[in-house]
Ligand binder design. Sequence first.
Ligand code: DGL
Length: 275
Amino acid sequence: MNKFNPIGVFDSGYGGLTILTELQHKMPDYDFLYLGDNARAPYGPRSFDVVYEFTLEAVQYLFNQGCELVILACNTASAKALRTIQQKDLPHLFPSKRVLGVIRPSTEAIGELSQTNHVGILATEGTVKSESYVIEISKFSPNTIVSQHACPIWVPLIENNKHFTEAGKMFIKEDVESLLQKDEQIDTIILACTHYPILKDYIQSIVPKNVTIVAQGAIIADKLEDYLVRHSEIESKCSKNGSTRYLTTENELIFNQNASRLLNKNIISEHIKLL
Ligand code: DGL
């Protein structure tokens, strides 16, 4: 039997599928193991402690399945749990394994995207309150002015497939307008929640023509490829059969239905229980 040491991709729910798709596209030979904690999504309104606890459980699960590297394809988990896991847990639990997030690679790329140097961030409440984007962007692009707006209703809308109803679209439009009202020079909006690229075309259709909507997936895929080139000790342990398995903490039939619709292909998942 081929060895299966996939790259783990974790999200609170369906959002990380937008990152996974780009990873599969950029790195078709690698194996991936996707885990959505759909039963406990959304993470956005949860406290630091709870997001950290849930994320650590997921990371441990993925490591125990043979992953050498796990991507937290969730901004909220990256903002609230990544640093503690990297600094406190990995050194004694799994010293040779690695966990990477999505915020730093995205903020490294942001400076090159805006012409006006005025950038807007749409994210969950947890990511906005953590100020992670503001702090990280100030390191890489100190002249960039950052405005943030939290969209607490968007993840529940997407998880429940209500985002393209008339009411759903109205909520989304109001949030986008609230962000643009904070700074009329914004020319670049970062979708800083991995669920939001599902709404990208709609958002692009309701903003002024000079505003570009940026999803993180392609940026993360480029950065991961680069990381693997620089870290051959991890890369050499990743199996390459070009396959993906999907795990969910929700009912697998519900996951299959929603994930298949979002990805426009047939997804078969397995139900798992985290601690
Ligand atoms: N996809 C997660 C993110 O990127 C959504 C968080 C949630 O579950 O609220 O932040």
